[in-house]
Design a protein around this ligand. Sequence first.
Ligand code: 4AD
Ligand code: MG
Length: 498
Amino acid sequence: MSWVSLIFHQHYQFDMAFNKREKIKDLLSGDFLDTQVSIMGWVRTKRSNKNVSFIAMNDGSTIKNFQVVADPNQIDDDVLKKCTTGACLKITGKVVASQGAGQQAELLAASIEILGEADPEKYPLQPKKHSLEFLREIAHLRVRTNTFGAVFRVRHALAYAVHKYFNDKGFFYIHTPIITASDAEGAGETFKVTTLDLKNPPLDEAGKIDYKQDFFERETNLTVSGQLEGELAAMGLADIYTFGPTFRAENSNTTRHLAEFWMIEPEMAFYDAEDNQDLAEDFLKYVISYALENCMDDLEFLDKRAEEEESTKKADQRSEMGLIERLKFVVENKFERLTYTEAIDILRNSNPNKKKKFQYLIEGWGADLQSEHERFLVEKHFKKPVILTDYPKDIKAFYMRQNEDGKTVAAMDILFPGIGEIVGGSQREERLDKLTKRMEEMDIPAEEMWWYLDTRRFGSTPHAGFGLGFERMVLFVTGMGNIRDVIAFPRTPGHAEF
Ligand code: 4AD
Ligand code: MG
């Protein structure tokens, strides 16, 4: 069908004012009582008897369904038969005060137009409880469920709150590149970007792939972090943030890792490590408060969902607070701040370490913390969010500012209950000599990073920043248990469907 005939076809099928509809969210406010409106949305359920059909409609604007009352004398039997779960309808009628309990208003259908049928024999989503695992396999349809509708509305609100927070504070949003030639975190877990023929790549004299013949005339990858470019921008705009997709080819099949995730990275000139911690704590609390103030319907639903899920767990693994209670607790209480060295002492003397319950036992200073350790500190020991600072330099990235002790760097990780690490950041090494020496020790080629080092050559200043894993924040606020359920189309090892 051509473009023109497609448009004609649509106008032919539906009248000109097709788009005129009210959102269910607005109808529920009660302002539309006794007026004639059209709604469009998807059937969640239909109950019928001889005299009347009740159709629960959802249009995505709110978790709440809107009840439509259809009189078989008014609506064709053929049409009513097609109003099955999943079908898409346009319904016109009068909004009246509801007879039944539970909602204020309902719609008396004067006409129903079937926009898209859903064969009940074949439609995979039925009005029963499906497992999250099953819904992940039909991620193209799961957005039509209460749970995923709620998750994605909350996700949207959180993203908006991120921009609002920084905008209101005078930060500038910088779009850093997605294709880069560097590996900021130095973990070597990058996805390569190339247009070379993988079956027959050009080779150089040494027999290695000759990237000079590749699209960018060098080896490139998808970015693991926008930080390095963010630092460049902060050295002129002072307060900036990035909010973009990042990619890591780490083979971690956990409930906390994605291969493609979104990260928020503020970077501030003239900030030291403590300023950085203060900003991060204030920012996290703001974003969570925003959700509490603007997403209560969805959070109440998610709270109940989480409670049901918790009740299937063993008593010692259940969280002590409900979802909304936990969100309020985080907003209202000061985060615990302590150094890595202090944390190691606590962990070494902890019960699970002495009784060899940790999978990775803490033997001494220098060990990297695993998520079991982070969660012990947050959930069992302090019972609140924790900011851990001053990690050993050997387990952190090259760019972190070296402390006077020669052993630690001005790093910070923020650990959240049920999540573990949610933020990673640091004050940056602004001293050229110390930075180049550290890069040498870590085999990072200084020539390739000439542009980064230039910021330390010209007008260098103390500065700091951090990265918030956006999906981990959505996970925390929605109380979902698996990071694959808070991004629309998750990318994990072995999974790139949709
Ligand atoms: O701690 P990370 O690796 O820090 C950085 O990338 C710094 N460049 C940030 C900065 O200082 N500007 O990652 C930051 C956060 C983690 O704390 C975690 O929340 C999230 O990103 N994260 C992931 N989220 C989902 N899936 C993964 N594979 C993640 N890896 C990190
Ligand atoms: Mg980290």
